[in-house]
Design a protein around this ligand. Structure first.
Ligand code: AMP
Length: 196
């Protein structure tokens, strides 16, 4: 099974490019942001807890995330071509958890795609999106906190995956279709190399 992580700061375009990847390659999309927003919308007990973190721009605690991932990942059909993890992992703890979960299923992370966008552009994109996203965390002061959380807790994952030889960085300042072209080239190269 081919498992990819797409990683980058809030506003880098992970959601948009994930949708493109899913459309082209048919992987199963696992977005923790979407899973959590659904819990909030349904007013579940987990939703009530995570809302407080999301609305303040903080990461949701690792134990809640690993619980949600366990439920989601283990309920996927066995014959899936692969999984695309979008917005997960966001801490070293989560990355270790994911490795062990995949290992138990005889699988592993194949590739990590980092989307690299300048900070000014991240603000522009999120503020633009906020006009119709209706997301409680797309506000200037919350964006600032989300970016700080990213730098402190998620950015160390870049080095973590670089050391494992799995990291591919894509400059993602250009139009969506150009960035997707680069991502698709990376995935295609990998699939050819692996003979898939
Ligand atoms: P996203 O849609 O990926 O930007 O996520 C929105 C918010 O959900 C984040 O700012 C966090 O508060 C929370 N969240 C999503 N995924 C994770 C994760 N893997 N770990 C911790 N918090 C998360």
């Amino acid at each position: 099974m081919f498992n990819i992580i797409i990683i980058g700061a809030p506003g880098c375009g992970k959601g948009t490019q994930s949708a493109n990847i899913i459309r082209k390659y048919g992987f199963t999309h696992i977005s923790t942001g979407e899973i959590l927003r659904e819990e909030v919308e349904l007013h579940t007990s987990i939703g009530e807890v995570v809302k407080k973190f999301i609305d303040r721009g903080y990461l949701v605690p690792d134990d809640i995330i690993t619980h949600e991932i366990f439920i989601t990942a283990t309920s996927q059909p066995q014959q899936t071509k692969g999984m695309l993890f979008d917005g997960f992992p966001r801490t070293i703890f989560q990355a270790d958890y994911l490795d062990s979960l995949l290992f138990q299923n005889g699988s592993k992370i194949s590739l990590v795609i980092q989307m690299d966008v300048d900070e000014d552009e991240l603000y522009n994109r999120i503020l633009n999106r906020s006009k119709d996203s209706n997301r409680s965390d797309d506000h200037i002061e919350i964006i600032h906190k989300r970016l700080k959380e990213y730098d402190k807790k998620t950015h160390p994952l870049i080095e973590y995956y670089r050391k494992q030889g799995k990291l591919q960085t894509v400059r993602a300042m250009d139009p969506v279709k150009d960035v997707f072209g680069r991502i698709a080239n990376i995935i295609d190269d990998y699939l050819i190399k692996e003979g898939k």
